[in-house]
Every structure is written in C-alpha cells, then in structure tokens.
Design a protein around this ligand. Structure first.
Ligand SMILES: Nc1ncnc2c1ncn2[C@@H]1O[C@H](COP(=O)(O)OP(=O)(O)OP(=O)(O)O)[C@@H](O)[C@H]1O
Ligand SMILES: [Mg+2]
Length: 357
C-alpha cells in the first residue's frame, strides 16, 4: 500500500524488449512516486524510456518486474474489467493529437463517452462543457482540419478529460507547437491541475517546459532515472552532467559554451587572464559579485555573458567573465566567491575545473 497522498507509485520497474534476438533494456529498476495534485515532469533524450515508463502507469505496457500502484490500487492484481475502470481515471494526450478527422470537434470530445450509459443529450452537454473549459466552445461544430495545432491539442485535452480522470499524462504534447502556443497549453494544464485537482505527469525533452509548470522532475537516461527531486533543487544543484546540461539549456548557457569554442576564447586569453563561469542562486546577484571583485580586490572583470532564470521562486544567475589576476590573487578571489555560494568553473586551462563550497 502506498500513502494516501500518492497518486502514482511505481517500484523497481523493469522492461526488456527483444529486438533481432537481442535484449534491449528499456526500463532498468525505475521507481517513481507522484503526489496527488502535483505536476511531475519527466525529461530525457529520445530513447531514454520516457514513453515506456508512462505506458506502465496505465499498463498499456506490462513490466517484467516491479509493482504498479495507481490511485491506491495494485494494477497488476486487477482483472481486465477492473483495469478498464482504473484506465478511465487516467487521461492521455500526445504530440500528434490523434483526433478523428471525420468527426466534429464536439464528437471527438464525446467519443470516449460512447460506451457509457449516457443519453446523447447528456453526452453532448458534457462535451460542450469540456470544450468551454479549454476555451473552444465556439469550435464545437468545426472539424479537426480547420483548427490550428494549439487548438487541436486543446480538443485532445478536453477529450482526455471526458471520463473525469484523476491523472493526466502528457507525452510530448507540446513538442509540435511554437513557444507561445506551448506556453498557452502549459498554462491550461496548470489551470486544470489547480481547478480540478488533476495529477499531471508531463514528458518532455525541453527543460523550459519543466521550468514553466512542474513541481518535481525526474531525469531519465538509458532506461534509468538518474536524478529526481523538486524543480528548485534540481535547478540549483544539478548533480549529474545530463541534468546540468538540461538546466543550462533553459538559460541559454548551452549557446554560451558553444560560443567559447567558436570564438576560441580560451586561446585568446592574455597572461593573468582567466575565463570563469560563475553560477549562483537567489542571495547573490551579478552586480554584487562584480562590484565586490572591484571594491574588495581591486580587479575588474569583463562580462561576456550574463543571464538569470527564475524557477520555483528562485533566481539563478549564470555569468561568464574574463578576470585579470595573478595566481595568488586568484586563489584569494576564488575563496571569496566560493564563500558567498558561487560555483566557479575555470575554463582557462582548457579542461573544466569546478570549485564549490
Ligand atoms: N514496443 C517496443 N518494442 C521494442 N522496442 C521498443 C518498444 N517500445 C520502445 N522500445 C525501445 O525502448 C527504448 C525506449 O523507448 P521510449 O519510447 O520509451 O523512449 P522515449 O524516451 O519515449 O523516446 P522519445 O523521446 O523518442 O519519445 C528505445 O530504445 C525504443 O526503441
Ligand atoms: Mg516517447
């Protein structure tokens, strides 16, 4: 039994596929707990096992080993009929919407209700109410082909809500959309999470999506969850290289790193110049760091790149500077920076050296 506040409790899940007589481990001892009413993000590159993992949640994929407890029920012990009941409580939306082209928007939303004992009038009323909820009531009689991508996704969301699910799974549901439409859909999901108390599991390969609406996040690589925690924790203190890469991509630091090599910045450094990458959270600001270096240590630093990203009520700062200081002086400055909570990466030698408290 899992705790009553847990909507999804997967323990030690293994899934192996056979391909050309070879075993492919798609999920390797994965455990995941999602609190009721929360928005949980799963991020990873293509092939990491994200879709396989969420297919475990409604047993579209059966695990070779492990336990699957959803909304307080042990799914692996259920009979088909009971399983169908639980599945209704889990809505899903996908990248490619999967709408029925020959049916109106209203009938697409009403579709999952067809096998229920419900009058046509009631079914249509419910579908219309759902379309209102996603802001598309006036498109009820339109056909999917007449809608934009964002509107199609709204219809798909309304359809996923037809059976009043407790859990909504979104598998790359925004990856075919432009950034503004993505943000609109994410805000809609957040609003549904808040107004309906819906638990949402959201798969993505973009950290921006996680940053925008998730409270917790799991990073997947090669069939494993390599790191998980609150979004705030993961952004402030990413432990694994891949997590750091995702975090940096959300602050355009990835481009900055590329620029360092494109512009041959390391090769161009003068004697006593150092190329430093500074990372810091809320208590510190770029201005404070630069002015402290000038006032306390009499050194000037030129800023090549600076950015701040706000996530989970935190401000995270990223700065690339060229600092002119002798070796000894640099040691003192380094100590100071670390003591105020700055994480310093020294690029000067060509290999990255990280200094942190
Ligand atoms: N039904 C299947 N039969 C065989 N192999 C499969 C099957 N489903 C998935 N795989 C393999 O399992 C691995 C994980 O696939 P999965 O679809 O879970 O990745 P993903 O993280 O969702 O990737 P993407 O971001 O591209 O959607 C991949 O190597 C994939 O080829
Ligand atoms: Mg996938």
């Amino acid at each position: 039994m899992s705790a009553p506040n847990i909507a999804i409790d997967l323990q030690q899940i293994n899934v192996t596929f056979k391909r050309n007589n070879e075993n492919l481990v798609a999920l390797d001892n994965v455990s995941l707990q999602v609190e009721k009413g929360s928005i949980y993000g799963i991020i990873g590159y293509s092939g990491a096992g994200k879709s396989t993992l969420v297919r475990i949640i409604n047993l579209l994929q059966r695990p070779d080993a492990g336990s699957v407890n959803i909304l307080g029920q042990d799914l692996l012990s259920l009979r088909d009929k009971e399983l169908r009941g639980v599945r209704k409580k889990i809505g899903m939306i996908f990248q490619h919407f999967n709408l029925l082209r020959s049916r109106t928007v209203l009938n697409n939303v009403a579709y999952p209700l067809l096998n229920q004992k419900m009058s046509r009038t009631k079914r249509h009323a419910k579908a219309l109410a759902l379309l209102k909820l996603v802001g598309l009531a006036e498109y009820a009689q339109a056909y999917p082909d007449e809608l934009s991508g964002g509107q199609k996704q709204r219809v798909a969301i309304a359809r996923a809500l037809a059976n009043d699910p407790d859990v909504l799974i979104s598998d790359e549901a925004t990856s075919a959309l432009d950034p503004q439409t993505t943000e609109d859909i994410l805000q809609l999901l957040k609003q549904l999470n808040e107004s309906l108390g819906l638990t949402i599991v959201l798969i993505t390969h973009e950290m921006q999506v996680i940053k925008s609406i998730c409270q917790n996040v799991a990073v997947m690589e090669n069939g494993q969850i390599i790191e998980q925690g609150s979004v705030g924790e993961l952004f402030t203190n990413p432990k694994k290289a891949l997590t750091q890469k995702f975090v940096e991509s959300a602050a355009n630091v990835t481009e900055m790193r590329q620029q360092i090599s494109d512009d041959q910045l390391i090769e161009k450094l003068q004697r006593n110049e150092r190329l430093l990458y500074l990372r810091f959270s809320s208590e510190v600001t770029s201005e404070a760091v630069i002015s402290a270096l000038a006032i306390k240590y009499g050194v000037s630093a030129s800023i090549l790149f600076a950015n701040v990203q706000k996530v989970a009520q935190l401000s995270l700062g990223y700065m690339l500077i060229v600092l002119t200081a002798s070796n000894e002086h640099f040691e003192t400055i380094l100590h100071y920076l670390i003591s105020v909570g700055v994480i310093v990466t020294d690029f000067t030698t060509g290999e990255e050296r990280v200094y942190a408290s």
